[in-house]
Design a protein around this ligand. Structure first.
Ligand SMILES: NC(=O)c1ccc[n+]([C@@H]2O[C@H](COP(=O)([O-])OP(=O)(O)OC[C@H]3O[C@@H](n4cnc5c(N)ncnc54)[C@H](OP(=O)(O)O)[C@@H]3O)[C@@H](O)[C@H]2O)c1
Length: 321
């Protein structure tokens, strides 16, 4: 089958180790199901993998991709939950120390087919296209958990999203708006800021700009470049929820501000299968939909990943086998 895979890793030049070519069909083990993919979407995670982060050389070659939607052999239309927990684990799978994401230990979704544990299949609502559904299991699920499980944001609160253009950021804007939050965003780029307003943000601000008032919660995926602004933006007792650190992971901690203003610093990683089901229901009911930046044939995976690496996308890049 055709697949986009990491043949090698390179910390400085992620696309150098990318191959788009033939890989063996997946073999479904006991308790697993093979899904014929109708669409997959790219995440920053795919670039981290190509850089060798979370993907040691002894696991290569590895088919990339965490996000996918497709059909099972018996015709069930499904979305694939990307967090694979240990079979013995019960409860919140994001807390399983042995959990893994598709494409870290098991081949991922940038392919014509993928095998996953059967318990990781979630029914695709008829209201969503395969392309839309394929955007949800990583960036959108992460955004859902950040807003509603970790920050416990409620309608009428103000939430700041750092970095308007990213996959997680655009999901945060659309989900926050659908849930009645006042969403503010920052961006390095005015056009992307304006587009976030088009997705439901009330206002956008240039990265690092002083805000007219303090916010209840900040959603942080950028890291070093925005961390100090995130802490300064919070009201006393506010929460910053961190899911990533694209620009670097070791900013000054500013502990004085953290304890004096009793700020809550909360990590967040992916989400549970139950949260993915609730996210799908929220989209079906509210009409909120993922922002699709580009749809490309799987054979053009390199162009899609290059777009992500250059930070040119607004929303999700989708690949169709
Ligand atoms: N913990 C989890 O479960 C989880 C899940 C998904 C993603 N993540 C992580 O979250 C981060 C974002 O993921 P994503 O898929 O949304 O990535 P992405 O689509 O590549 O988004 C990154 C965004 O960050 C913003 N940004 C602001 N300042 C930046 C700077 N100095 N350098 C680079 N980017 C800057 C950009 O927005 P503007 O151009 O508008 O400024 C850019 O669009 C990644 O680090 C990813 O690994 C974690």
């Amino acid at each position: 089958m055709l697949a986009a895979y990491a043949a090698r890793t390179d910390p400085d030049d992620p696309l150098a180790g990318l191959e788009v070519g033939e890989r063996p069909e997946p073999v479904a083990r006991e308790g697993w199901t093979t899904v014929r993919l109708r669409a997959a979407s790219l995440n920053h995670h795919d670039l981290w993998s190509l850089r060798g982060v979370g993907l040691p050389a002894d696991r290569l070659p590895m088919v990339l991709g965490c996000d996918g939607a497709g059909t099972t052999e018996d015709g069930r239309e499904v979305v694939v939950h990307a967090v694979v927990a240990d079979p013995a684990w019960s409860g919140d799978e994001t807390l399983d120390p042995r959990r893994t994401l598709l494409s870290e230990r098991y081949d991922g979704t940038l392919a014509e087919a993928v095998a996953v544990p059967t318990r990781n299949l979630v029914d695709k609502p008829a209201e969503l296209s395969f392309e839309e559904a394929a955007c949800l299991p990583t960036a959108w699920l992460t955004a859902y958990r950040m807003l509603f499980t970790q920050a416990r944001a409620v309608p009428g609160q103000t939430v700041l999203v750092q970095g308007a253009g990213g996959g997680v950021a655009s999901a945060l804007v659309a989900l926050g708006a659908a849930a009645g939050l006042r969403v503010w965003v920052t961006s390095r780029d005015g056009a992307r800021g304006e587009r976030a307003v088009g997705l439901g943000a009330e206002r956008w601000f240039p990265s690092g700009a002083r805000l007219p008032e303090r916010v209840d919660a900040v959603m942080e995926s950028v890291g070093e470049a925005t961390w100090s602004h995130s802490l300064k933006a919070l009201r006393p007792g506010g929460a910053v929820v961190v899911c990533g650190a694209t620009s670097g992971g070791a900013p000054p901690a500013d502990l004085g501000r953290v304890f004096f203003l009793q700020l809550r610093v909360l990590g967040s990683t992916m989400g549970t299968r139950a949260e993915l089901e609730r996210l799908l229901r929220l989209l079906a009911a509210s009409g909120a939909r993922p922002q699709v930046d580009t749809v490309l044939p799987l054979a053009e995976a390199r162009a899609g990943l290059a777009r992500l690496e250059r930070g040119e996308q607004f929303g999700k890049v989708v690949l169709v086998p």
